[in-house]
Ligand binder design. Structure first.
Ligand SMILES: [Zn+2]
Length: 301
């Protein structure tokens, strides 16, 4: 009797010893919203500084690389996840080397692509306890100022297995150490991130500061809860006090990406992203807008 096993065995051996194929990203359905077209515009990836790269388009996504794995901050909209994956590949990095995905805040324009990016990369997702609740439920929690916009507007693909992290904790991937700063206000679980990137022998304090805008659904009042206001103000103050040489934010307009990228392309030194006043200025703008918003709320009948 013929033995089929030896005949097929070499084929199996080849299949199982081939290098892993490049991770394929299968996107979730596109989100539909007023600003989604602009937010989902594509952009060439660029090196911001050292091992920090901008891999987003109209909304930010930041890749921090090391020889032993990478960190990705924010996943954009559902429809921008493939652009992020393509930008990572364009830079010569592999999506499957992204070991950790983290997030600024759990709105569909920054968290919508995380589920697909997690599936394709196998990365761990880590978030504050409040952000973990939102990510795992696939939408903002009830105490989110924008909750009242409703599920059709707000919801995004739920993310599985989110690891809860603590404020002040430092997460490690390869030789990257990234520190967690809880900055609730725009959302209850909002988080800002700091790390160091070096180029030649110069190291910079990098900050990915969360959105600090006091935006809400209609009928929501920040001023209805004094503790909420105090918490928001404390978050703004904490961003102002960060060691900060280079500021990045979830919406690229807030750190003037396009103008700075154009200057960087024209003349790499001095790097136009370096601005040690940027976090203070960003916080000052947020403080002013929150004060204005509170005054408007108090003037309402
Ligand atoms: Zn938001």
């Amino acid at each position: 009797m013929k033995q089929p096993i030896p005949r097929y065995w070499p084929l199996f051996a080849v299949l199982f010893t081939l290098p892993a194929a490049t991770a394929e990203l299968i996107p979730d359905p596109a989100h539909d919203c007023e600003y989604c077209e602009g937010w989902s515009r594509t952009r060439e990836p660029i090196r911001i500084y050292g091992n920090t790269w901008y891999v987003g388009g109209g909304v930010s996504a930041v890749l921090i690389t090391s020889r032993d794995g990478h960190i990705l901050i924010d996943g954009g909209l559902t429809q921008t996840a493939p652009q992020i994956a393509a930008n990572i590949a364009k830079l010569g990095f592999r999506l499957e080397d992204v070991k950790l995905i983290i997030n600024s805040h759990t709105h569909y324009d920054h968290a919508g692509g995380i589920a697909a990016l997690q599936r394709a990369s196998g990365a761990q997702v880590a978030a504050s306890p409040a952000a973990k609740r939102a990510l795992e439920s696939g939408g903002p929690t009830e105490d989110d100022p924008q909750f009242g916009f409703g599920p059709a507007h707000n919801n995004f693909p739920a993310v599985a297995n989110v690891r809860a992290i603590k404020g002040g904790e430092t997460l490690h991937v390869g030789d990257i150490a990234i520190t967690v700063h809880f900055t609730p206000g725009h959302t209850p679980g909002g988080t800002s991130w700091t790390w160091t990137s070096c180029q030649a022998s110069q190291c910079m304090n990098m900050v990915y500061a969360d959105s600090l805008n006091s935006v809400s659904a209609p009928d929501f009042k920040f001023s209805a809860d004094a503790q909420r206001v105090k918490t928001f103000e404390r978050s703004i103050d904490s961003v102002a006090s960060l060691e900060c040489n280079i500021l990045l934010t979830p919406h690229p307009e807030a750190f003037d990406l396009e103008a700075k990228a154009a200057r960087l392309a024209a003349a790499p030194t001095p790097n136009p992203f370096i601005d040690s006043n940027a976090c203070k200025a960003y916080a000052a703008g947020a403080r002013e807008r929150l004060a204005k918003r509170l005054a408007e709320e108090r003037a309402m009948p």
